[in-house]
Structures are given as structure tokens and as C-alpha cells.
Design a protein around this ligand. Sequence first.
Ligand code: PMP
Ligand code: GLN
Length: 392
Amino acid sequence: MSVAPFPASRLGPTRLPSVGTTAFTVMSQLAQQHGAINLGQGFPDFNCDPHLQALLTEAMDAGHNQYAPMPGVPALRQAIRAKNARLYGHCYDADAEVTITAGATQAIMAAVLALVAPGDEVIVLEPVYDSYGPSIELAGGRIVRVPLEAARDYAPDWERVRAAITPRTRLIMLNFPHNPTGRCLAAADLRALEDIVAATGVLLLSDEVYEHIVFDGQPHRSLAGSPLLAAHTVLISSFGKTFHTTGWKVGTLCAPRALTAEIRKVHQFMVFAVNTPAQHAFATYLRDPLPYETLPAFYQAKRDLFVAGLRDTPFRVLPCPGTYFVLADYSAVSALPEAQFAQRMIVDWGVAVIPVSVFYDQPVDHRVVRFCFAKRDDTLRAALERLARVTT
Ligand code: PMP
Ligand code: GLN
């Protein structure tokens, strides 16, 4: 007896991109196929601190190999409480307001599923990180996109954000330092946001995974640094970016207790608990602030090395005040649209990048690509040698 295949139209979230089709995955695969230097997907090509690795082994040797408590290992929640209090002046309750997550992606999904009901509107700033849209779609929310304009160096236009708020607006999702533009918040941005929150009471999700990757002496301005904003914000970060451990998939979510209680209802059935030995390792590692305090200088040196080299090519480098990404305009090199140009870069010059168009909903062609400079200096130099062959 032949069985008819189950109709694909009835198989769940068909509005989400198919598996393996996100630009980061596709570009990494292409890079591998063509032996290109991968400056596309955002991850370091160097190892984490051997001391952190030793702490992970120690945690396993000490028998920390079974389920962690659902909200996270208490010592790690305490360490995050202390770090946020010291850096941003906001004291989250380690028991009721700090949750350890399986990376920022899971934190974002859990928060959106918990807080957004079908029909709710969620404002995002476009270009927007690829997981936000699918999280909102799964919650049944409606995505409202407010552009960050290249002509304003991608500074948020708070008037436009405010104009986009309706009685149905549930959440504004923010990400500064911003992937892919590197844009960081100024003090005036926080004041503008405070005005919006005071007037509307809207909730905020602040994805601050690049909180420790800011350059040229500027501070990272966390939304937790404002009591008013902190009271309305789900604050998300990730150890992957800060400690060169993207593969460990451990992140943090801090939010006022009422919001945390709702988000944990989702979290407990999404992952129940997060990798135990890694949590112990991070808890101990965080006793020393030096690794994250020295991160800005570490990445600034890489930015400077890479940007100086790129300036000798026909690419026009855009400002890069934070994150480990830098955007470059290639309009002097090619008239190809971004996705095709990115393919050509792999095939002709052996360097993989991310077309910035993938951060937009509608087709756009600004002729801008994103380079990731979280790479060993010799990798960056090798990529620059290849890019030196690019001509107008
Ligand atoms: N948000 C942004 C803006 C990111 O760039 C990334 C990953 N690079 C994430 C979230 C996901 O972080 P994680 O790997 O901890 O899930
Ligand atoms: N966040 C990384 C980037 O922007 C990629 C992570 C992923 O592939 N999901 O490149």
C-alpha cells in the first residue's frame, strides 16, 4: 500500500526560511567549497583562553555533569548580577531576574514567545539580525520595520520609531552595538528612548551581545544603565562573543521579575536547563574582569589592521565604532547586486563576506558587504593580500 506524503503545507511554520538557507550558513559552506578565507559568518578563528578551557574540564572533573537548575547555576547568576551592577549600575536580583540561556538566539526566542501574543506588533530596526523576524513570526506577531539609514551612519531615528508605535505595539527590539553596522548608542539615544518609554510604556528587548566590543574609548551604553529603561527591558547577552566561545552556546537574560517569570515559563520547556559545566566555568572565569575589560583593545587592534588594509583597496570603508564587523561599499568595484557580488568575491578573490541585503526584508541593493574581523592577524593579512587584487 502506498502512503501519500504528508502535505508540506500542513507541516508547521512554513513562513520561516528553509533549513540551511540562512545567509551565514550558505556563505560559510560556499567559502569552504571554494577554499575562500571566511570573513562572512561571525565567529573567531582563534581559540578561547586556555584557562577558560581548563575551568570547563575542572567543572566536569568535579562532577558538574547533570542538569543545572532551570534558571541557571546560582554562582553564574550571581556573577552576572555583580557584573551588571558594577558596569551599568543596575542591580538585578540573581534569583528572580537573571536567567542563563542556551546563547542569545534562544534567549531572544524565549522572550518573544513569552511576551508577544498573536496580532501584537513588534518594532525592529532594519537592517535586522536574522533571528528576530522568525521569532516574531512564531509568536504570531506582526513585524514593523523602521529603517536605519546609511545616510545617517545608521543612527536610529527615534521620531520614526515613535511614529511606528500604535496601541498594538508590544515590543521594540534593539541591538547595539549593532550587527551588521557596528552602530553604538549615544547618551542622546538613551534619553530619546526614555521619552518614548515614559510616553508609551512599551517593552524593550535589548540584544547587547557585543557589549564588550566597543572602540575608540567610548563606553557601551547599556539600557540597564537607565532605571526607567531597565524597568521595561529584557537585556540579553552572550558569552560566545565576549569569551570567543560561540560553540558553547551560553548566554544571559536579565529582566524585571514579572517579565522574567513569564519568559521562564517558555524557557523551562524550550531547553529546561543549560549546559552545566560551562556555567560553572564561566562563573569562575568571571571573577577576573580583565578578559572582558581588555576585549575592546584586542578587537580594536584587529579593526585597525583590517581597516587600514581595506583602505588600500577600492572598497570604501564605513565607520566601525563597535562589534567585530565592518561594512564596506563596493560600488567603485562592481555594479553587481550584493548577493551576486558576494559570490564573485568567493570565486574570484577567495574571500567570503555577507551581503548586507540579507538583513532586509525587501530586496535592497546598497552595494555594501559585511566583513568579520574576529580572525587571527595572519588570516586578516592573507585576506587583505587577496583583496589587494581587486581593481576598479
Ligand atoms: N544577536 C546578534 C546581534 C548576533 O550577532 C548574534 C550572533 N552572532 C546573536 C544574537 C546570537 O548569539 P548566540 O550565538 O549566543 O546565540
Ligand atoms: N551572528 C553571527 C553573524 O552575524 C552568525 C550566527 C549564525 O550563523 N546564526 O554572523
